[in-house]
Design a protein around this ligand. Structure first.
Ligand SMILES: Nc1ncnc2c1ncn2[C@@H]1O[C@H](COP(=O)(O)OP(=O)(O)OP(=O)(O)O)[C@@H](O)[C@H]1O
Length: 351
């Protein structure tokens, strides 16, 4: 099944967007990049709010090309924005019913899946940010979309609310089988949610592919802007140590995390920031870091006047380390060099 095929250009005063990528028919593609990179513009073009040059097709159906333009309401695309944009004169039930009226979708299953029963009679003005965003998600689903666009849906929420909504988005991604295009500025959010990443920098495609590949790709670094780049490691929970650490297995060995994550057998992704990866040649002794893993240097690229990004191979998982040029010279870090990666801290993202 084909997903969203993009081969588009869009020019406006002082800004040009040019993207060519075939997005998968399911899963969550994070559209990532610094402010002004063109992320929202890309979503508007996909939704049909603006017309791009070139071609947009979805599921093999042309939405936009030189001779053809399918208007937004016929694309069956649902959008969720940073602010929930609910109808203030209707309660939650009214907002949902409005969305379902045209599509004929059943409200009850969506209400159940998003835990909205207690909110149905509430005025939307009194909802917390997280509650309102869950209603906005439900409303989007009730239009029976073929594609969901989310433009920084968590950006206006505090950490606690974000932590409540993230699993809801994860669940939608895994259960619906609908493609989701998800704009975010947050590396952590992308690491947790994305199956694919489309990284934009100044209107151009910096990198596109499965999340783990993009996170390990130095060429994508420009799109990470001020955020610290990092790497994703696919791992599986083995169990707990006697002193409360979570054991994660992957082909490069075992990672210990102080965060308990779930039952043994659960697939997870570990996100490790490049600056949290140190390199030692012999295995260091008497170190407070929990995770010291054998590695092979696969590549070294400059990351500024005094820094380098070193790509380390941990049993097939590529992990990036941000070190100084001085250290690269002192340790003679060249491709093929055997060394040890010291992961100073790891964040976990459920897959
Ligand atoms: N309606 C508009 N008219 C003219 N220029 C616009 C318009 N909307 C956005 N731009 C410009 O287009 C460029 C891309 O903007 P866009 O909003 O797509 O970026 P973004 O990556 O989503 O940024 P952010 O992360 O800050 O939301 C920017 O230079 C912006 O100033």
């Amino acid at each position: 099944m084909t997903g969203l095929d993009l081969d588009i250009r869009h020019d406006r005063a002082g800004f040009a967007l040019s993207v060519r990528a075939d997005l998968p028919a399911s899963g969550l593609t994070a559209v990532f990049g610094p402010s002004g990179a063109g992320k929202s513009t890309l979503l508007r073009l996909v939704a049909g709010f603006e017309r791009a040059e070139g071609r947009i097709a979805f599921g093999g159906e042309v939405w936009s090309d030189a001779g053809h333009f399918v208007p937004p309401h016929r694309r069956r695309v649902a959008s969720v924005f940073q602010e929930p944009r609910l109808f203030a004169h209707l309660d939650v039930r009214g907002n949902l019913a409005y969305a379902a009226r045209r599509s004929g979708a059943e409200i009850a299953p969506v209400v159940r899946d998003l835990g909205l029963e207690p909110l149905l009679a509430r005025r939307t003005a009194g909802l917390s940010g997280g509650e309102a965003q869950r209603v906005a998600l439900a409303r989007a689903l009730l239009t029976r979309p073929r594609l969901i666009l989310m433009d920084e849906p968590l950006a206006a929420l505090d950490q606690t609310r974000r932590a409540e909504i993230l699993p809801v988005v994860e669940d939608l991604r895994d259960r619906l089988g609908l493609p989701i295009l998800y704009v975010s500025h947050s590396v952590g959010e992308v690491a947790r949610l994305a199956t694919h990443v489309l990284a934009l920098a100044e209107g151009r495609l910096a990198s596109f592919g499965p999340a783990e590949e993009v996170f390990a790709d130095s060429a994508a670094a420009a799109a990470f802007g001020g955020e610290e780049p990092g790497s994703l490691i696919a791992a599986r929970i083995i169990g707990m140590t006697g002193d409360g650490l979570c054991r994660l297995g992957f082909p490069g060995g075992e990672i210990l995390s102080p965060e308990p994550l779930g039952p043994p057998g659960t697939d997870v992704r570990v996100f490790v920031r490049a600056r949290d990866v140190m390199i030692a040649l012999p295995r260091p002794e008497a170190l407070s870091a929990l995770n010291v893993l054998p590695a092979i240097v696969r590549g070294v690229v400059a990351a500024g006047p005094a820094a380098c990004d070193v790509t380390l191979d941990l049993g097939g998982s590529m992990v990036r380390s941000r070190v100084t040029l001085r250290s690269v010279r002192a340790l003679d870090l060249v491709p093929g060099r055997a060394c040890h990666a010291i992961l100073k801290s790891v964040a976990l993202a459920r897959e």
